[in-house]
Ligand binder design. Structure first.
Ligand code: ZN
Length: 251
């Protein structure tokens, strides 16, 4: 189970970078119905904006499931508008914008199983053939809770998945807006059963991602947060996938 994966780490991200495992092979064959799970407005862009833009351009149906309202500083309504503008940039249609509507920062305080059931019902209704989820081992509680819920659903259903990191110690390095440089994996070891892969972004997908990120204006106000967000606009996007195969399995 996913929760036990925290206990053992056996995949060295540095070693993965030196091998052919660091590739975009997990997206072959190209999925036709992709669901991106985002804890907060902006995570869809930060973690998978380039993937979304590229998939939409290739004709895939892309939906984004937003976990929380992003209302931590009373900016919920503003962030909702920013989020809508960002999804316009990425090409996500209105019908593909689903909200779970939990309060920002509240996912770890929900009754046991509540988020899991809510997300499972949502994903089952959408019937994706690929799920992009926040890394279950992310340092932010909202990311971890939603990531665990999504990882549980894909493990139960066998749907392929890709997990994106946002909050991790020393990630990304170096900080700053360096769109011509690669995004490298966090230094921390991955949980057993996962490996890093990289999705190269086309110039068009990278531009769409940057345009979408600029829509999240309130998140670019403070220098610290701005530095983190812009550091995730690089030549590639980074995902962890099941190392046992595309359908995963119990590690
Ligand atoms: Zn977030």
């Amino acid at each position: 189970m996913v929760s036990s994966e925290r206990q053992a780490a056996c995949v060295c991200s540095a070693c993965s970078l030196r091998t052919s495992a660091f590739s975009a092979a997990h997206l072959e064959p190209s999925p036709r119905a992709i669901v991106v799970v985002a804890p907060h407005p902006d995570d869809e862009t930060l973690g998978a904006g380039g993937l979304i833009a590229g998939a939409v351009a290739a004709g895939a149906a892309v939906a984004v499931v937003l976990g929380t309202d992003g209302n931590r500083r009373g900016l919920g309504r503003v962030r909702a508008r920013e989020y809508a503008a960002a999804l316009d940039c990425l090409g996500v249609p209105e019908a593909g914008r689903i909200r779970l509507n939990y309060a920002d920062g509240s996912l770890a305080r929900q009754p046991p199983g509540c988020v899991d059931l809510h997300l499972a019902e949502t994903l089952s209704a959408l019937r994706p053939d690929h799920v992009v989820l926040p890394a279950p081992w992310d340092c932010h509680p909202d990311h971890a809770v939603l990531g665990h819920a999504a990882a549980h659903w894909v493990q139960q259903t066998g749907v392929p998945c890709s997990a994106y990191p946002i909050h991790a110690s020393g990630f990304p390095r170096p900080r700053g807006f360096r769109p011509s440089e690669p995004l490298l994996p966090p230094s921390a070891l991955l949980p057993c059963g996962w490996k890093w892969t990289s999705l190269p972004l086309s110039p068009t997908a990278l531009r769409c991602k940057l345009d979408a990120l600029r829509c999240h204006r309130t998140q670019l106000w403070t220098p610290t947060l701005r530095g983190l967000l812009l550091s995730l606009v690089r030549q590639n996007e980074l995902f962890a996938v099941r190392s046992e195969g595309i359908n995963g399995g119990s590690p």
